[in-house]
Design a protein around this ligand. Structure first.
Ligand code: PLP
Length: 440
């Protein structure tokens, strides 16, 4: 079977009709990327309603880590669905939720016991972490980073700062959130050079924020994505996260790692924190946890999980079908998909890096495992981010049957299912290469 295989102009006639119906009845708030109308998915392949076959290198925004409709995940869902769909895990008990909590407590980085709170999404996980951080420390302030995406409910949105349009006209947001620039060497916010900068992006907290803005003993938590996702697939410099953790320990501030996008094998380890030996006080997860079933989990160290019964809850959080999907997903990850992410991710990064000398528009190739970003910049010597070219390359790849997604100002992300093969990587890179050549 030829993959990808595009047989109609895009969108095809059936896709076009569905897009038109959608426009009449769904909220215009959705920021649709391109007119992909899915009929079904298998592995790394998506078929649209007109029979076009696409190679999927975005995995439903880094969610379908086991590939689309993995037979073992589908079987787990079917078996649980036949038993019962819902009972409310906040109020009652069932084994899949307990088994998953045991598994997550074991998997989360860091020694000692952990407690798990289940949610339906990344946003709700962050919301729970925000509440627990304030509740446990009795401190009100939190620190987050420019470029960060933590979700869109009022609490999570207050931490999110990846695009001003996400926040526009929704204020006032939750008070007490302070943003500082993220550790992004390729476009250093302080215009310093890595090697001689003394990691100013962390030192600024002591030098500026704690001096002029808020006292550290009033700060409940620092929320950080170990690899910034929506902000542009940014891997911070090696010292960054250990220094942040050190700072947190010094001032009794909780280190909250948002691994909603980077977790569950995406970066070639089960959690990205493991690349730096980070042991977060609270770990936020969702997305890849259950291969696409709506589930999130906030995993907190025992000593921090001090909230009393009834202080937080959720009707659907930890739904039994979603928990069954997560258990099957984690089994597959442990059996080999995390290792495949590291192995095939290295091949993908290498092949994308090899394109750089031929395309001056590629300013940076960065990432870990199968969380790889390609940054576009102007070829006029200014190195200014070129978001327009990024968007055109993404559209052209779509027309050629390769599904990619943008992030940050000028980055295209490559985040295929973790089952992806080296052969599929070679196909994707060839399409990407051709798309840039045609446009630039
Ligand atoms: N945190 C991170 C790092 C994310 O990437 C996202 C979503 O992209 C979220 C939180 C919000 O997750 P959700 O869309 O499931 O609410």
């Amino acid at each position: 079977m030829k993959i990808p295989n595009i047989k109609t102009p895009l969108p095809g006639p059936k896709a076009k009709a569905i897009v038109e119906r959608d426009e009449k009845f769904t909220a215009p708030a959705y920021g649709r990327v391109y007119p992909l109308v899915v009929k079904e998915g298998r592995g790394c392949v998506i078929e649209d309603v007109d029979g076009n076959l696409f190679l999927d290198f975005m995995a439903g925004i880094a969610v379908a880590n086991t590939g689309h409709a993995h037979p073992r995940v589908v079987k787990a869902i079917e078996e649980q669905a036949r038993k019962f769909l819902h009972i409310c895990g906040s109020d009652f008990y069932y084994e899949p939720m307990v088994e998953l909590a045991e598994k997550l407590a074991r998997l989360a980085p860091g020694k000692g016991g952990k407690k798990v709170f289940f949610t339906n999404s990344g946003t709700e996980t962050v919301e729970a972490a925000f509440k627990l951080a304030r509740y446990h420390t009795k401190r009100q302030h939190v620190i987050a980073f420019y470029g960060a995406f933590h979700g869109r409910s009022m609490g999570a949105l207050s931490l999110t700062a990846s695009r001003a349009s996400h926040r526009a006209h929704f204020g006032p947001l939750i008070p007490g959130v302070h943003h500082v620039p993220y550790g992004f060497c390729h476009r250093c916010p302080y215009q310093l050079q890595y090697g001689s900068c003394a990691i100013e992006c962390v030192n600024v907290l002591e030098k500026i924020v704690f001096r002029y803005d808020v006292q550290p003993e009033e700060v409940a938590a620092i929320f950080v994505e170990p690899v910034q996702g929506e902000g542009g697939y940014i891997v911070p410099p090696p010292e960054y996260l250990p220094m942040l953790q050190e700072l947190c320990r010094k001032h009794g501030i909780l280190f909250v790692a948002d691994e909603i996008q980077s977790g569950f094998g995406r970066t070639g380890k089960m959690f990205a924190c493991e690349h730096w030996g980070i042991e977060p006080d609270i770990l936020c997860t969702a997305k890849g946890i259950a291969s696409g079933m709506p589930l999130g989990a906030m995993i907190a160290r025992d000593e921090i999980s001090t909230w009393k019964d009834g202080t937080h809850g959720s009707t659907y959080g930890g739904n039994p079908v979603a928990c069954a999907a997560a258990l099957a997903t984690i089994e597959l990850l442990e059996e080999g998909l995390v290792a495949n992410s590291a192995k095939v991710g290295a091949v993908l990064k290498d092949q994308l890096t090899q394109l750089q000398p031929r395309h001056s528009a590629i300013g940076d190739v960065r990432g870990l495992g199968l969380m790889i970003g390609v940054d576009f910049e102007r070829s006029d010597g200014t190195h200014a981010p070129d978001g327009k070219l990024r968007d055109r390359v993404m559209q052209r790849c779509f027309e050629k049957g390769l599904l990619l997604l943008g992030c940050g100002e000028s980055t295209l992300r490559f985040c295929p299912p973790l089952i992806v093969t080296e052969e599929e990587v070679a196909t994707a890179v060839a399409i990407f290469d051709a798309a840039i050549s045609e446009l630039n």
